[in-house]
Design a protein around this ligand. Sequence first.
Ligand code: PMV
Length: 326
Amino acid sequence: MSSDWFTASAPGKFVVLGEHSVVYGKPAVVLATDRRITCSVRRSRRTTLNGESVDLRRQPHFNYLTRGMNYSLDFLTASEVPSGSGMGSSAALSAALALAIHSERGECPTERAIVEEAYGAELYAQGNGSPMDASACVHGGGIAINIPDEPSELWTISRGERTWRVTDIEVPDLSFVIGNTGIKAPTGPQVEKIRRFKQKNGFAGEIIEEMGNVTLEGYQALKRNDKERLGRLMTQDHKLLSILGVSCNELNKLVNASLPYSYGAKLTGSGGGGCMVALTDDPDKVAKIIEARGGTPFIIKSGSEGVRMETGIAKGTPLDIPINRG
Ligand code: PMV
């Protein structure tokens, strides 16, 4: 019964350092999480999503990834990644969907080809941004972007005047706790907010420059397993993101509550709501504090495998990926 289905999954991600400034070609450090999105596809007489007829034009990721296709598919999805929350739901969906569609056609695409498709789908859905999420969700493990003199390059992607050089990194043996504010915030408007700020105010460019320096220093601290320094830099990055206007009271509340029990904490992803992340030796304590302040905690296992084929089929639960959300 399930043999005509082709199923793939991809992990969500969180940003240790460098969201937003990465859009301007600055460095970033990102880890894949153990929460995944799974997609199954099979040929069909009409297009359905989780058993219901669907107009793909209203589903930008599906629309982009099935462009030029002259047959219909049934899609099933299952997600463990909260949408619109800075955890890479849009990139994980795109990566899993792209691989499932290729497999259904008997193709075996390279990681790089899937990154390009997933990044294309993200741009189509949200208008602007970097290939950071797509790279992290396709490759899994850990990645760093635009680190000078890093040898083990995975791929380089350019768009306009920006270039992102993506490198594989060793997954650190560190404990991170995610706190979800429960506020869904679209990625596109947050990215656009900073673009406008930067256009009007030279000061924004200086903040972005500083975020790049903080991220580079944080990358070195991560390599040395220097938790104290990395944590301080994460908190500093949160302050810089707040100055740029992409934090909010709910995120600040969870960050501040975590700090007494953490090396550092910051928002992760595009902000305006969504999630924060704390680096700590006491994840249970931080999870409790986050819960007490109204957030939903996840103790994250970082460094999960990237996009891959699966044997079972997706559960077919409704996909909580609204239009234009990350
Ligand atoms: O909120 P998310 O998971 O879509 O992450 C967005 C990350 C940004 O740096 C803000 C945008 C980007 O495309 O790099």
